[in-house]
Design a protein around this ligand. Sequence first.
Ligand code: NAD
Ligand code: TYD
Length: 361
Amino acid sequence: MRTYLVTGGAGFIGSNYIHYMFKKYGDDIRIINVDVLTYAGNLENLKAVENRDNYTFVRADICDKEAIAKIFAENDIDRVVHFAAESHVDRSIANPEVFVQTNVLGTAVMLNCAKAAWENADGTFKEGKKFLHVSTDEVYGSLPDDENAFFYETTPYDPHSPYSASKASSDMLVKAYMDTYKFPANITNCSNNYGPYQFPEKFIPLMINNALNGKKLPVYGDGKNVRDWLYVEDHAKAIDMVQEQGKLFETYNIGGHNEKQNIQILNIILDTLQEMLPEGDPRKELVSKDLITYVEDRKGHDRRYAIAPDKIKAEIGWEPETMFKEGIRKTIQWYFENEDWMKNATSGDYQKYYEAMYSNK
Ligand code: NAD
Ligand code: TYD
């Protein structure tokens, strides 16, 4: 039975990955989820799995060497899937240091502890051990408004935000471990994800939540920045396929071929909300395109991201499965059915964050 150490499993993608893995492998794997539970970590995301005998939650900081080394000492870990990170660009602009701390130092601790646990006396590594570093396409910088321009695995790194710079640094550390020690790892660089359990500071859940509450919909700049949106379960599947079928030491880009301007996404969300809300539901009156408000642009705002997922398709056979029309309906349905989740996520500290972040916009 393979034992997985998943970091950041209480966050958006990590929790979806854990659900995906238990759906796929059932009792044939064991998962240890290490998460310090920042504002973005929520154990409610894992209610459906928390009582499984093959699931363990450990509250620990990935920067805490002793805590992480202890997990490796007490368990024979076969796979590390490293999601834990500070993940929001706007927060990185306001407060970059914690991004360096968690994303760079935290990754160094994870690499070092895995290396210490997996290394043989002669410097080779125990058979079958694998580390997967989950990263972003934002490390490649920004593409021009040209629909034939894409990010490839060979595209030079050119990060602009403190978030993407910290993720680029963490990718470089993983590369350095692979090059220096032949440390058994892969890196995946994925485009923007959407789906259940996404914290409402990110574009899609923020817009769904604001629209349902009749609140303004703050669009940065001219609204024509392009992102390549991928349904989160497709990302979870790709991570598993890369780890089991990919070539060690390789990077794989994961993307949806679903490039859309922010304003297009927002219009689809508003139309879909109108379609899905039943007649007589008071929220139907609130959801309106009149709420769209163009606000001051994000500093250093990357114009366009787009992945060409040719390598992962050719070598591993992965392709995105969920079309945006279907994925956005599933996502909205999930938020309809999980109003309490949204209320908990948007109360308290989030309220303060939202007021501070959007007060001048
Ligand atoms: P998230 O912010 O929703 O979750 C991050 C999780 O990491 C939270 O549960 C948080 O508590 C935990 N965490 C943060 N600091 C920690 C620390 N010091 N020690 C232990 N746990 C800590 O993020 P997400 O959107 O799920 O992203 C997960 C990973 O995927 C990140 O590495 C991110 O860079 C990458 N990624 C995200 C996207 C996207 O669209 N969201 C796209 C590509 C790649
Ligand atoms: P976001 O979800 O923060 O992801 P990222 O910046 O990592 O791509 O933002 C997605 C896009 O939406 C990005 O171009 C910024 C834009 N955006 C808005 O226009 N308004 C908002 O309130 C937010 C949060 C984002």
